[in-house]
Design a protein around this ligand. Structure first.
Ligand code: GAR
Length: 192
């Protein structure tokens, strides 16, 4: 493995609950973690994730979503100011523009609760159950300017049981998300 020089500075964009944020904070605090979380940005002032950040003494900022370019320009300034090496989207429910991705010029990754390219967008568990799929799962991928697209870094599959409901599947997959997001970051940062 190539030698890793210092921790990478990660910024995390959220819109809601922040359970993936919590799992990334937990990973960042492990002894040999490769990351330091320098900033959390939320486009939603009521996001529970903002409380998760403040409880863990992670710096966070609410940026009001007036429109895409205003939000992106203000975010870009902050991300650069904090010398962000990698942006992680964790339940961030807006699509970033090509211009933002280009101007940031650092990798951006996202977690999504389905086996992409299946079920981009919302209601993934409902659609998987309605279609009687045998499997579902979670995916971490590189972000581009299209919804839930971009190269896959890591994907984990689970069986959908006959007894599963939208809620039970969501619970199981969320647990998987919390495991694979840190693993995907490690994979990306170590080129493995
Ligand atoms: C997670 O299930 C995440 O995969 C999903 O939103 C939830 C956020 O939960 N993201 C997407 O659907 C992105 N297209 P969290 O706020 O508790 O991490």
């Amino acid at each position: 493995m190539e030698k890793f020089l210092g921790k990478k500075k990660i910024s995390i964009l959220i819109s809601g609950r922040g359970s993936n944020l919590k799992s990334l904070i937990k990973y960042s605090k492990t002894k040999n973690s490769l990351i330091k979380i320098v900033l959390v940005i939320s486009n939603n002032s009521k996001a529970k994730g903002l409380k998760v950040a403040s409880k863990s003494k992670v710096k966070s900022k609410y940026i009001k979503y007036l429109n895409k370019s205003n939000f992106e320009n203000r975010s870009l300034k902050l991300l650069k100011k904090h010398k962000t090496d990698l942006v992680c989207l964790a339940g961030f429910m807006k699509i970033l523009s090509k211009n933002f991705i280009k101007k940031l010029s650092k990798p951006i990754i996202n977690i999504h609760p389905s086996l992409l390219p299946k079920y981009k967008g919302l209601n993934t568990h409902k659609r998987a159950i309605e279609n009687r799929d045998k499997f579902s799962g979670a995916t971490v991928h590189i972000v581009n300017d299209k919804l839930d697209s971009g190269k896959i870094i890591l994907q984990k599959k689970i069986k959908i049981l006959k007894s599963d409901t939208e809620k039970s599947l969501e619970r199981k997959i969320l647990k998987i998300e919390h495991k694979i997001y840190p693993l995907a970051i490690i994979k990306l940062l170590t080129n493995h």
